[in-house]
Ligand binder design. Structure first.
Ligand code: ZN
Length: 270
């Protein structure tokens, strides 16, 4: 069998780099097609729907099982000082349930950390490892924690915690209480990041744009006041991404394998 070294040894550096990147990217490119169960770990109710709702609706229609884990309770999402955070958290819970029904998401899990106060720690990582081992997803979809200029801690740390959990859920002695309870380690095949600066997979959502918009509108507390502007931006952004693959509307992901998230200098460019 020809080794990767054999292939690159006589190439110039740029060509060699291209071959190595193609080598690491070949499986991620077919990740959605190859997967049956997708676990979406999102900072807040609405993040997955806004960033990836078209893809979620499409995958659900294809018969894939989609599960959402929402990290926080969404109590801060208002500029109205008279709307109590506890009440808003309940409203947002119901809105996410409604949006999930529209998109075909079957199961919702809430971890209920306080909105804007998520900090990475071992307890949260272990909760996610436990969920991953119980549900055994092929793909974890989450927010890209390395998005430049992302100031929201819930977004940065959700992405980081999801990556850590995806990395360690395969190791039997990580989160060892699972082993004692008979819950088996699980190797996640792929991690799909949305809101990524360097996407490597584009999904044609032209036929799913309307359903995506309907699902986002179900988050009434977030989008009813500014819907027209928001819809315009969303359509323009999806249209912009669509140009990259020659379709009307697209969503974009950076998809990698968990093994790419440790000591791999090429991952940024995959
Ligand atoms: Zn968010």
């Amino acid at each position: 069998m020809t080794s990767l070294e054999d292939i690159i040894k006589n190439l110039d550096e740029n060509k060699a780099r291209e071959v190595i990147i193609n080598f690491f990217s070949s499986e991620p490119k077919i990740a959605f097609r190859e997967s049956k169960r997708i676990l979406c770990i999102q900072p807040h109710a609405d993040d997955t729907d806004v960033a990836a709702g078209g893809t979620i609706a499409k995958l659900a229609k294809e018969g894939k099982e989609i599960i959402y884990v929402t990290m926080t309770d969404d109590r801060l999402g208002t500029f109205n000082p008279e709307l109590w955070p506890e009440k808003l958290a309940k409203i947002r819970y119901l809105e996410q349930k409604e949006a999930a029904k529209i998109l075909g998401v079957k199961k919702l899990i809430w971890l209920n950390y306080r909105d804007s106060e998520l900090l990475p720690n071992l307890e949260i990582r272990n909760r996610l490892i436990h969920i991953i081992r119980r549900l055994r997803p092929d793909i974890i979809m989450t927010v890209d924690p390395w998005l430049t200029y992302e100031a929201h801690p819930d977004h940065r740390y959700t992405g980081i915690l999801a990556c850590e959990a995806a990395l360690f859920s395969a190791f039997p002695h990580a989160c060892p209480e699972d082993l004692r309870e008979g819950i088996k380690p699980h190797s996640v095949r792929f991690i799909a990041f949305y809101w990524s600066r360097k996407p490597n997979v584009y999904i044609d959502i032209t036929d799913y744009m309307d359903i995506k918009l309907r699902a986002i509108q179900a988050h009434k507390s977030q989008f009813s006041d500014n819907w027209e502007t928001f819809e315009q931006i969303l359509r323009a952004y999806s249209c912009f991404l669509g140009k990259r693959i020659g379709v009307k509307y697209a969503e974009a992901f950076k998809i990698v394998k968990p093994s790419h998230l440790h000591c791999n200098v090429f991952t940024e460019d995959l």
